[in-house]
Design a protein around this ligand. Sequence first.
Ligand SMILES: O=C(O)c1cccc(O)c1O
Length: 548
Amino acid sequence: MSALDVPDAPLWPQEFAERYRAVGWWRGETFGQMLRDRAAEHPDRVAIVDPGSRPARRWTYGELDRRSDRLAAGLLARGIGKGDKVVVQLPNIAEFFETVFALFRIGALPVFALPAHRETEVRYFCEFTEAAAYVIPQQLGGFDYRGLAAKLVDEIPTLRHVFVADGDAGPFEALSDVATDPTGPVPSPPTPSDLAFLQLSGGSTGVPKLIPRTHDDYIYSLRGSNEICAVDEDSVYLVALPAAHNFPLSSPGSLGALHAGARVVLCPQPSPETAFPLIESEGVTITGLVPPLALLWTEAAPVTSYDLSSLDVLLVGGAKFSEEAARRVKPALDCTLQQVFGMAEGLVNYTRLDDGPETIVTTQGRPISPDDEIRVVDDEDEDLPVGETGHLLTRGPYTIRGYWRAPEHNARSFTADGFYRTGDVVRLTETGHIVVEGRAKDQINRGGEKIAAEEVENHILAHPSVHDANVVAEPDAYLGERTCAYVILRAGAEPMRSAAIRKFVRERGLASYKVPDRVEFVEVFPQTGVGKISKKALRAATSTPASS
Ligand SMILES: O=C(O)c1cccc(O)c1O
């Protein structure tokens, strides 16, 4: 086999795939057909509410279906088709769904960037995936995405199209001008076992890893999530977090809601001031938040004048929700808390709606599927007895068998028999619920935003005055964790202020949540017995910060 024949992503061995189909986890659905079916069943039900646009928009299932077909036709006419990659960097607007369903229909793969990503990240996604197109808003929060796009189309040969989803397209094509009447069926539509999209990993390495998900496996996770979270066609799901993130996309998220024929309401931003009026006016029944936002909501709810009584379920995940904060949810919001511990690589755990109150506040739930295999192991990969704390490994019908185009990394991140090494440190209760105790991967979880220490270290190391850098988590009352960078300057370098390092990292075009919250200049790093740098000692030092 020549290098070119190596598949981009290892998928499930045949005997596993056959079993997952035989048991009925994989039902041979595709996203394109899923929307077609819902539109046929109830064309006039509202699928998408976009209250942030002027005027506000309400698209029915019929309309979303038609729009996706028309956009698909326009993309095909521009030579974008099966297997092409398209970086989608859109905020919570209706066009997000029109775009991804158009791409799903023609078998082109969305690569889900977040609005917070900047040149460094987006350039990497475009180059690494050899993306054919990049879909952006005109601007958001004062950042003009067209400027970034202009630079990238200039410099990346594969990138042939930029589509602007809203506002003034400038030198590029407006997404609304792409749509056209289809001239016939899509030439070779994707099959259920094909890849549907590339999702982003929180990651712990120098560059983000891409996660290949198939129609069959992801749709199974939606169906399973809907059942566990009681999402049906009468549900109203509020997308409060960034729409492309795996949690609001799939747990059960907007795509789960669309699978159920429910209504998706797009929240332009997640503050109580914006979200509460929408909960009242749309009768929102379910939403998902990261812990810092859940705290804000529980503080605001008891004193709000908005009627939040439609809200049945609040999902909280993305980072560990402290027991004390979890206890406040039910009294403040009068809804059921569901803790969700998930990952874009696959495995998603939920507390169940009928779990006892102690289980709901003290555990992170249990897996969606009876076929999710969970192992808790020691440093030598030996299984530990129930109740002991160790590394979480998992394998199952919606957990990837490898990252996209990353064979060397895959050899480390997966066991020989296909278990994914999550990097999370957990223990299991007698009831099979998971309690997250920490993590072994070198990552900071900043209020649900995952930051790979190595990625930030590399950017700091690019500074000419820096000799070495180590980035670690430090406790933060609101975010759970924030980042602290320990920096050793080169011998003879002029003394620097921490603001200069922060500015340097920001100007390298990194998402702002990755800019270190604090920078400490030190002479040496603490070392372990064998002379390796001890991040453990650095983390301990950050708990009792020296004044800077
Ligand atoms: O990535 C996550 O943190 C996450 C959290 C909750 C649910 C999910 O699906 C996730 O991917």
